[in-house]
Design a protein around this ligand. Structure first.
Ligand code: E4P
Length: 219
């Protein structure tokens, strides 16, 4: 399972890239706003900086709600960086935009996916990836990972080329479950990445190795 970083924070992206385990980045208007990025020009500059750090797909979300606006934004975003995935929401206007952008050869990350039916519609419209939001479904008492597993199973059964990216990941356990469900990609916040690394037995084991080595070396 590939890991993408779900952040617009340049320091986090730099640190994630240094680890050598990150294959792409996803952003959204909320994540950009958290970093003080607002206007389209600021978003473009930030996305270009991210693309200089990460040699992989960078997801950039449109903010229009009508198909014509989304298509215009998507075509613009596609010119910003070498490997853009335009994020389009799972709405009626969104599906029109996905179909138009896909016809242009622009890759689309279909966002705000909360049902298998939305994923089926996206596959037909030409989405490159669909992003089921695991944590937000869990938040309302539903099973986000079950949705990931259902979309993966249906896509496999139907030989669909669209990929599944588990999104709205809230902790390391979600990563394990998304991988077990067969998601080829998960996009994760930086704090989840650091939690994936840590294990107390690794730290204790390393301290013990170094202590034993020092003793054997007369230190
Ligand atoms: C990713 O594409 C989404 O924008 C993101 O994972 C949403 O996560 P959240 O539900 O924690 O805001």
């Amino acid at each position: 399972m590939q890991l993408f970083l779900d952040t617009a924070n340049i320091d986090e992206i730099r640190q994630g890239a240094e680890l050598g385990v990150i294959s792409g980045v996803t952003t959204n208007p909320s994540l950009a706003a958290q970093e003080g990025i607002g206007a389209a020009a600021g978003y473009r500059a930030a996305v270009q900086e991210i693309a200089d750090i990460i040699d992989g797909p960078i997801s950039v979300e449109v903010v229009s709600t009508d198909a014509a606006g989304m298509i215009a934004e998507g075509r613009d975003i596609a010119e910003w960086i070498p490997n853009p995935w335009v994020k389009i929401p799972s709405t009626a206007e969104g599906f029109k935009a996905i179909a138009a952008l896909a016809r242009d050869g622009i890759r689309v990350n279909q966002t705000l996916v909360f049902s298998v039916n939305q994923a089926l519609l996206g596959a037909n419209a030409g989405s490159t990836v669909v992003s089921p939001f695991v944590g937000r479904l869990d938040d309302i008492g539903q099973d986000g990972i079950a949705l990931v597993a259902d979309i993966v199973a249906v896509y496999q059964k139907q030989n669909v080329a669209t990929q599944v990216m588990a999104a709205s990941i809230r902790g390391p356990r979600h990563c394990v479950l998304a991988a077990q469900a067969g998601a080829p990609i998960s996009t994760i916040p930086y704090n989840v990445l650091t939690q994936m690394i840590k294990h107390p037995l690794t730290d204790a084991g390393l301290a013990r190795f170094l202590q034993d080595w020092q003793q054997a070396s007369g230190g």
